[in-house]
Design a protein around this ligand. Structure first.
Ligand code: SP5
Ligand code: ZN
Length: 346
């Protein structure tokens, strides 16, 4: 392929700056920093003959509600009015209390109704950054949909795959990959392959009953890894979607060799059987050996190998950025992955 890979990113995505999170009672530096996106931008700009960095054209408020509950969108909009120096951490989660009165998305203190963890803070810039992040995924889907490029990359930050229809969490506010899938499924079957270290619970739940969008997830075993409550192999879809959700939990320390075996023996045959018109890759690099959050052991050289196997399928591909928390190596790993599509794509 001699054409540049289109990369979508909007500078306002850097305005969201989570400072810390609560993890097991400890206040720790937040892993989802602006340095992550800066590291990726630097790596892709350095290889400027291969990538074209473009801003998404419009603010996507309207179609956010195609994927998410309007009240979740309203709650994040309410946070826009927080004082600029204030970060709101939900700490009351009344979701399961049936006696609790109805959630009010106008009241920031009700944020816990719309959230499932204590690691995903809100501030006045969160809504804008998350909406532009979602716009990147939509634009990346659009160029592939229009046949302008066989592969595109959405530099989404904040990430998206933990966000469900009704809830934010796991550093995610809007489900970027799901937004891209909503656009493409109007044209044909879509398969979302989630290779972030963590199970994409949001993506799974959004398409659990949908046979038009198959979801395959490879991740750390949820009996010991975040998000703990979903990602088990027994979750296979429901209703019309039964058989179209595949979870592949793997043990700690999984290296590139074991990972590639899973790709070759389980993932590629499942994609070939489903025959999607489009492939969306929820690409997290927290599978990297020295990632501070994940506990797999992939090396930089493994990422182009994964990409190469996907490129050989000859299906148009949208790559959506998810996690990856060692900022110094993140850009290199993303570039290595995208380079794998350049070599092998037609
Ligand atoms: C998109 C994504 O990858 N979200 C991951 C959310 C994981 N949140 C739980 C992390 C638990 C805190 N452990 C941090 C250890 C830092 N040394
Ligand atoms: Zn992750």
């Amino acid at each position: 392929m001699n054409q540049k890979i289109p990369v979508f990113f909007h500078p306002d995505q850097l305005n969201h700056k989570p400072l810390f999170e609560w993890a097991f009672g400890e206040k720790i530096a937040h892993p989802e920093t602006t340095h992550r996106a800066e590291s990726i931008l630097a790596a892709l700009t350095g290889e400027s003959s291969f990538y074209e960095i473009l801003p998404p054209v419009k603010f996507p408020t309207k179609y956010l509600t195609e994927t998410h509950n309007k009240k979740l969108v309203d709650l994040l909009r309410t946070a826009v009015s927080l004082p600029v120096d204030q970060t709101f951490y939900p700490q009351v989660f009344p979701k399961r209390d049936s006696t609790t009165s109805v959630a009010d998305p106008q009241n920031i203190h009700h944020a816990g109704f719309f959230c499932f963890d204590s690691g995903t803070p809100l501030n006045s810039t969160t809504f804008g950054a998350a909406a532009w992040s979602a716009a990147c995924a939509d634009e990346a889907a659009k160029v592939v949909e229009m046949g302008k490029s066989p592969v595109s990359y959405a530099l989404c930050r904040p990430p998206g795959h933990h966000a469900t229809r009704d809830l934010f969490g796991g550093y995610c506010y809007f489900n970027n990959a799901a937004l891209a899938a909503k656009r493409l499924r109007k044209k044909g079957k879509v398969l979302i392959l989630d290779i972030d270290f963590h199970h994409g619970n949001g993506t799974q739940s959004l398409f659990y009953r949908d046979e038009q969008v198959m979801v395959i997830n490879i991740h750390g075993d949820p009996s010991t890894c975040y998000p703990y409550f979903s990602g088990f192999a027994s979750e296979k879809g429901a209703g019309q979607g039964e058989g179209f959700n595949l979870n592949i939990p793997l043990p700690p320390g999984c290296d590139g060799q074991a990972y590639l075996r899973v790709i070759e023996e389980r993932v590629i045959p499942a994609i070939q059987k489903y025959q999607p018109s489009y492939l969306i890759v929820s690409a997290g690099f927290d599978t990297y050996v020295s990632d501070p959050v994940g506990d797999f052991a992939l090396e930089t050289a493994d990422y182009p190998e994964i990409a190469g196997r996907l490129a050989r399928l000859g299906i148009p591909i949208v790559v959506v950025q998810e996690g990856g928390y060692e900022a110094t190596s993140l850009g290199t790993n993303v570039e290595a992955f995208l380079r794998g599509f350049q070599k092998k794509a037609v």
